[in-house]
Design a protein. Structure first.
Lengths: 452, 260
């Protein structure tokens, strides 16, 4: 039976949607005469799905006929789902037509293991060659390397794609061994290292020869599943930091595990995806990349999980309350970044503006500092820090302004996406969502105030 | 100086009860700046013929004079630096009602304090410029992604409804993206068209609204594929309508094929 293009697209987009990375950032060049497609360094979102995620690339699998049997994956061999495979020409043409209509920024090509890893990669390479050489496509291409592919093929892929990625999948070797027996630790970290080395060599060559071929100019990224295996947040964050430093990754993506099978080694099918945890991991990841934090400062051996009620930055500020308040007009840039309510943008603005005149509260407000949170942590011209009041009431006032509003932003009927487990438990016992939230919130405020 | 007091004492900058009326062009605006500096006054409002309403204040017609405009513009670059020049000319594209007045206030401050004024982001006369730039940049960024082309006989056409006049800012992006295509983007709010044909881009003002012909069968096929792809991508377990609305507010939906 011949499948229509519509069927194939549906099946292969559906299988690819659990891959988180859909960014088109990091590469930048205009289209040359006679070609089509440019890259835009900050990346570009072309649509937003009903779950609020950005659609930037045509994210599909080459094929979802898989030879592997990873238990957390919808496309595993033993799962009974409709299968489909694109022909290279079909996929290349679809990419170009979508691109011309400005639906997408480029192609995100991944694949299930069709036969052997090398055969699958060859097939993916055919698509990339068609796009680059025949259609003269200069837009963004993100290609996923298949675990177990030979290094020569990865090398070829790097010269065709803008970004490569190798999925770590699970945060530890034991979990990998247990849940994805076909993927060894080596089959993941070896290509990751190869890509980082080849990218570095290519960058050096480019400084010597302007027309040297570029190897994955937008670098590489990876992703891992959170909540399918027992690793702690501390462990995951350490792993991310290690990969950022060792392999020069551009991004690490985290995806909350959504149950897809009733395998006994995995969380039960009715488990809710740990969205709050994923959210906290992204916040911490941001602190590593843009706020000059170290993983050890965010979590440590004694506190291995994130605080559900405070974002990691506020959590750090509360634990180091003795270092505050800081003088906005004098504090070093690194310290400005650590004040709750000041982000990288407003920190840079403060650094530029304080050279010209000393800053007061009005100026800070106009620069985009969130004074509601920052007031207890800063002093500036004409302002010597807000006084919350004495004793426990004062401490409660501080924690009340710091507590993460996203966690408690539910309506009367529905819970927040990021509802903490404590609220979930109360709701299960029959407490209305709003009341449950209020109870948990009060308790959290007092508990945090005591620790301050 | 001679004994005769023909030299007037320096006049102070003051708020004047007068409305400037200019033709809406950037050159015209620079002439308003010239007038404001020549008279040492900040007008009550600056209007274009489209925004003109009844008022008790006297209205002064500011004529567009390109030599004056040139004088102001070169002073802008020479005395205040590239960054100020960029900020002012970019903010002029904003759709905000009182943008001219905010810019004139800023320029009085900047010519008094020098090229560092753009860095005083906390100053009440400087901060609004960054607000405007933020809203402008946000819209440009969104439309770079949300413009949806339809193919009609080999020509790509799109309709947009932006708040700011962003066509000049979209030009670079789309021309460097599709050098071999012929395309047009029609701004239905400002009645203007960005037309790119045979490697040349033009900005045209239109007298009458434009209507795109209905999509062909082949075009509908691709629209259906795209819609299907878009709908498939949602992960039901993570449904988040609010998240979508913050990133893609409803005012964009009318021109996006998958949201209609």
């Amino acid at each position: 039976m011949e499948q229509s293009l519509m069927d194939k697209l549906t099946i292969l987009a559906d299988s690819a949607k659990y891959d988180v990375a859909c960014t088109s950032s990091g590469a930048s060049h205009p289209a040359k005469r006679g070609t089509i497609g440019s890259c835009y360094a900050p990346g570009c979102c072309h649509a937003f799905t009903a779950d609020g995620r950005c659609v930037s690339l045509l994210k599909v699998l080459m094929s979802n006929c898989c030879a592997f049997d990873c238990s957390y994956c919808v496309n595993r061999k033993s799962n009974d789902v409709p299968r489909a495979t694109f022909s290279p020409r079909e996929l290349a043409e679809l990419t170009i037509e979508f691109y011309r209509r400005n639906y997408i920024e480029g192609l995100f090509l991944s694949s299930a293991v069709l036969g052997t890893p090398d055969y699958t990669t060859e097939r993916m390479l055919t698509v990339l060659r068609l796009l680059r050489n025949e259609y003269h496509f200069g837009g963004y291409i993100h290609a996923k390397t298949i675990p177990g592919t030979s290094p020569e093929l990865i090398q070829q892929m790097g010269y065709l794609a803008d970004r490569l990625s190798v999925n770590v999948e699970l945060p530890s070797e034991q979990s990998l061994h247990l849940l994805a027996p076909d993927k060894g630790r080596h089959s993941i970290f070896r290509p990751m290292k190869q890509i980082s080395v080849a990218g570095e060599e290519s960058r050096q060559e480019l400084t010597l020869y302007r027309h040297a071929p570029k190897f994955a100019p937008a670098g590489q990224s990876t992703q891992m599943i959170v909540g399918a295996s027992p690793e702690t947040d501390y462990h995951i964050l350490q792993l991310s930091e290690g990969m950022y430093q060792k392999y020069g990754l551009k991004r690490v993506f985290y995806s909350a595990y959504i149950p897809v099978s009733d395998d006994t080694r995995l969380p039960a099918l009715d488990t809710k995806p740990p969205l709050l945890r994923e959210h906290r991991l992204y916040q911490a990841d941001w602190l590593l990349r843009f706020y000059q934090f170290k993983a050890d400062e965010i979590l440590d051996k004694d506190n291995q999980s994130f605080n559900p009620y405070l974002d990691p930055k506020c959590n750090w500020a509360v634990q180091h309350y003795g270092l505050f308040p800081v003088d906005v007009n004098r504090a070093p840039f690194e310290m400005l970044l650590r004040v709750p309510g000041i982000g990288p943008k407003s920190a840079r603005r403060i650094r530029d503006a304080r050279r010209l005149s000393s800053l007061g509260l009005d100026e800070l407000k106009r620069m985009g500092v969130v004074l509601k949170r920052a007031q207890y942590f800063i002093t500036c011209r004409g302002f010597s820090g807000a006084h919350p009041g004495r004793g426990s009431a004062g401490r409660e006032r501080i924690t009340r302004t710091l507590i993460d509003p996203n966690v408690f932003s539910a309506g009367a009927e529905q819970l927040s996406m990021f509802a903490p487990p404590a609220v979930d438990r109360l709701v299960e016992q029959g407490v209305p969502p709003r009341a449950a939230q209020r109870m948990v919130r009060e308790e959290a405020v007092q508990c945090l105030a005591r620790a301050l | 100086m001679s004994g005769e007091s023909t030299v007037m004492p320096p006049r102070k900058l003051h708020d004047a009860d007068v409305v400037y009326l200019y033709d809406g062009s950037f050159e015209g605006f620079l002439c308003c700046v010239f007038e404001s500096f020549a008279q040492h006054e900040i007008p009550f409002a600056v209007w274009t013929p489209q925004r003109e309403t009844a008022t008790l204040y006297p209205v002064r017609d500011i004529e567009t004079d390109s030599s004056r405009a040139q004088r102001v513009f070169s002073a802008l670059g020479r005395k205040l630096g590239r960054e100020t020049e960029y900020l002012v000319s970019r903010d002029f594209l904003s759709g905000q009602e009182d943008k001219e007045l905010l810019l004139i206030r800023f320029l009085h401050l900047a010519f008094a304090l020098g090229p560092g004024t753009v860095k005083r982001m906390g100053h009440p006369d400087v901060a609004p410029l960054y607000e405007m730039k933020k809203s402008l940049d946000w819209e440009v960024d969104k439309f770079q992604g949300f413009v949806r082309f339809e193919e009609h006989d080999g020509m790509l056409g799109a309709v947009i409804h932006p708040k700011n006049y962003i066509l000049p800012l979209l030009r670079g992006h789309f021309c460097s993206r599709f050098p071999e295509e012929n395309f047009m983007i029609y701004d239905a709010v400002h009645q203007a068209v960005l037309l790119y044909q045979e490697h040349k881009a033009q900005l045209l003002e239109l007298a009458a609204p434009l209507e795109l012909p209905p999509p062909s069968a082949r075009e509908q096929e691709f629209q259906a594929l795209w819609k299907q792809f878009y709908d498939t991508l949602e992960i039901k377990a993570r449904h988040n309508e609010k998240g979508r609305m913050t990133h893609c507010p409803k005012r964009f939906w009318q021109d996006m094929v998958e949201m209609r």
